[in-house]
Design a protein around this ligand. Sequence first.
Ligand code: CP3
Length: 368
Amino acid sequence: IMENDDLILPKDFPKLKNDVFLRACQGQETNHVPVWCMRQAGRYLPEFREFRAGKDFFETCRSPAACCELTLQPLRRFPFDAAIIFSDILVIPQAMGMDVQMVAGKGPTFPEPLKEPEDLLLLQPKVDVNKELGYVFKAITLTRHKLDGKVPLIGFTGAPWTLMAYMIEGGGSTTHSKAKRWLYRHPEASHKLLKMLTDVIVEYLLGQVAAGAQALQVFESHAGCLGPVEFQEFSLPYLRDIARKVKDQLKESGQDVPMIVFAKDGHYGLEDLSQSHYEVVGLDWTIDPRSARERTGGKVSLQGNMDPCALYAPKERISEIVKKMLEGFGTRGYIANLGHGLYPDMDPENVGAFVEAVHTHSRHLNLK
Ligand code: CP3
């Protein structure tokens, strides 16, 4: 598909009409609590399944027009307050030279995962993100134009430890024992890899902002398999580095975008995460809203954290759960979301009920 030239340049973007999400990231007052869902572009939507049918997953990721369409699909159905660009965290290992395939029924698969420290030599040491990941930047620019200012566009990346875990495990895992073996047996090589990933991630996020991303989320999806000690050594320093470097660079050009860190199952790190240069800390559903507020001491905005499985409940029950969640977090400095992504078997109607409950209850609470 040939796109109009104006839509491929990261300039003259349409004026933003709904800034509720960006305001909440900065802890400012809003009329209602903003809401979006992780994996809001996904297989629970029939139009997504139809569009993706018969196409390779990473081929889809490489088509800006396809990414744009998939990003916009959920926005046509639900009044979400933010869009997240359709892509995947594993485009970074690909950019570093690794082969990654999406295997139906199995998930992402690396035919040749990293096995020993020598394998680091096989990775591209300096990645030209414009060359290797320019397709993501193009997707962001096009989508930002096509969103027509409806809501802000979120860019994202995987965090170093989560990407390292995939690169060594070669796919999903419950124990992550192969990757953790590296932490205990090859700490130096682990740090070397984490540092390499951090460098690419910083450039990648800066490229996303230059292309038009208005907020950035860093997914540390595998925080939960680390303990507090390993988290302190192998995850947190890199998460901090990423935020600091991205923010410093943006500041030099007079820019600023809110950054969200989502360390799934990383309870033990909550205090530290709230002091890591991110405006927003994303939470999974295993943390109680009030204790999350206490432990983060009002230093950051919070995002989350309804159990995705609560979407299997009847709509009235979803509404009650949302109300409790809003009362727990309060309506200021809060972005409603799920504690993790939507699952393919979820009913779009219930997703709509979730969004509506957030908007209705939060408006009501704000009037009290
Ligand atoms: O709507 C959105 O949230 C934006 C799109 C998005 C995708 N992947 C699209 C996708 C985002 C933010 C991701 C990030 C991602 N990818 C993460 C971090 C978030 C998390 O879940 O913790 C991780 C761990 C991955 C790796 C990955 N990609 C997995 C584990 C899977 C699932 C495999 C499966 O078959 O269930 C994917 C595939 C994937 N990424 C899908 C989507 C919509 C589904 C596959 C498809 O569309 O064919």
